[in-house]
Design a protein around this ligand. Structure first.
Ligand SMILES: O=C(O)CCC(=O)C(=O)O
Length: 270
């Protein structure tokens, strides 16, 4: 049986998303597009990721570099060389580029990010995400509740990230959880800790966290989420590494602020 990917069914010139899907993203800051990626591209990207992880192709981010809960204390302790992310995914091979910059994805992102009727374009940021997450069974860490934009610098906090599942993602192997609607809320500094994670000792934050969702994903599923949406992920308690391609996009008129990391690379049109 041939599996039809959702992206293959997007016709140039017609709407890629239904009005209900656009409204869901607007309301929740989150949209799951099932069976989005062509299976052969997912397989090629996964194979490349497995190979690049096995051969430790740089640039890499290690779990010990971020020091999140559960991460090895340093790069020289047991598990200290555990890879968290293969960085610069756009430069790592055609399969990654094909997923990250497909015309169908560009069409979806324009519908979500640009005013109706706009001729503007959307760019893939090279300085943020642009990686393959490699959540490994041993020594992977827990990522607490955060907004991706906290360390990013753009004229407007209006970017969208795309999370391409390259295998199944569940609670067991550390899938993402999201708190719908938080991209539209304002959070005082007192609700966040020193590293700008949501403080879990506060009742108001606990009430929000109780409304979190953790959509299980299958290989080929795509999650789009707003850069202000609070999200988190657990450790990988399974026996296999979880691979996900993660990329971030901005409208071309939403410029990175000069002199910041966000402005340090040339973004790529989608
Ligand atoms: O998979 C994880 O641990 C979370 C990744 C994440 O939220 C991020 O990199 O912003």
């Amino acid at each position: 049986m041939t599996t039809q990917s959702r992206s293959a069914s997007v016709t140039p010139g017609s709407a890629a998303l239904s009005p209900a899907e656009c409204a869901t993203f607007e309301r929740d800051g989150l949209l799951v597009l099932r069976a989005w990626s062509p299976p052969e591209l997912v397989a090629a990207a996964r194979e490349a990721a497995v190979h690049q992880l096995d051969t430790r192709q740089p640039p890499l981010e290690l779990e010990a570099d971020v020091g999140y809960p559960g991460a090895p204390a340093s790069t020289s302790t047991p598990g200290g060389q555990t890879v968290r992310r293969l960085l610069r995914a756009h430069d790592r091979g055609e399969a990654f580029r094909a997923l990250a910059t497909s015309p169908a994805l560009g069409q979806v992102l324009r519908e979500l990010m640009l005013p109706a009727g706009s001729n503007g374009s959307v760019l893939m940021a090279q300085a943020h995400h642009n990686c393959v997450m490699t959540k490994m069974p041993s020594y992977s860490s827990q990522t607490n509740w955060h907004q991706d934009v906290r360390y990013w610098s753009y004229q407007r906090p209006e970017l969208i990230s795309a999370w391409f599942a390259l295998g199944s993602e569940t609670d067991e192997n550390g899938c993402l959880s999201f708190i719908p609607g938080t991209h539209r809320m304002n959070f005082g500094r007192d609700r966040l800790d020193d590293q700008l994670f949501l403080r879990t000792d506060r009742e108001d934050n606990q009430a929000l966290i109780a409304s979190a969702v953790a959509p299980a994903l299958a290989a080929g599923d795509l999650v789009l989420f707003h850069c202000r949406l609070f999200h988190a992920a657990g450790r990988n308690g399974s026996q296999a590494t979880k691979f996900s391609l993660v990329c971030t996009y901005r409208a071309e008129d939403n410029l990175p602020l000069p002199g910041t990391k966000s402005a340090s690379t040339q973004d790529v049109a989608v």
